[in-house]
Design a protein around this ligand. Structure first.
Ligand SMILES: [Zn+2]
Ligand SMILES: [Zn+2]
Length: 110
C-alpha cells in the first residue's frame, strides 16, 4: 500500500486576511476573495504543518490554461502553488498578474 499523500478535507473556514467566510469543497485551500491561504499543510490536505502562518499570494502563472497562484508564508517563507478555481476573485488574479511578469504571457513580445 502506498502512503496516501493527498487527503480531501471538507471544512469551512473564515479567511484570516479579509474575513471572507469560505465554504470548503475539499479542494479549497485558499480564500477566493483575496487569494491568501494558510500554512497548514506539508503535503496538500494533510494539515500536518504546525506553522499556521498566513500565506500571501506573491505571483501567478498559467499552467495548462489555469491560473496558479504562488503563496508565500509570511512566517517561515514556505511557498506553495495553489490552482485557482472558478470561484476565485478574478480582480485579485488580474491585480496579482499585473504586478508580476505574467505580462509576458498575455502580451507576447513580437
Ligand atoms: Zn480572504
Ligand atoms: Zn509557514
Amino acid at each position: 500500500m502506498r502512503e496516501k499523500k493527498f487527503q480531501k478535507n471538507i471544512e469551512n473556514f473564515s479567511c484570516e486576511h479579509c474575513g471572507e467566510k469560505v465554504e470548503g469543497t475539499g479542494y479549497t485551500n485558499h480564500c477566493p476573495r483575496c487569494l491568501w491561504s494558510k500554512h497548514v499543510d506539508i503535503n496538500p490536505g494533510d494539515r500536518a504543518s504546525e506553522c499556521n502562518g498566513m500565506m500571501e499570494p506573491v505571483s501567478i502563472e498559467i499552467i495548462k490554461n489555469k491560473y496558479s497562484v504562488t503563496c508565500r508564508c509570511q512566517k517561515c517563507g514556505f511557498t506553495k502553488k495553489n490552482k485557482t478555481s472558478g470561484n476565485d476573485n478574478m480582480d485579485e488574479i488580474i491585480k496579482l498578474s499585473s504586478k508580476d511578469n505574467i505580462k509576458n504571457h498575455f502580451f507576447l513580445p513580437r
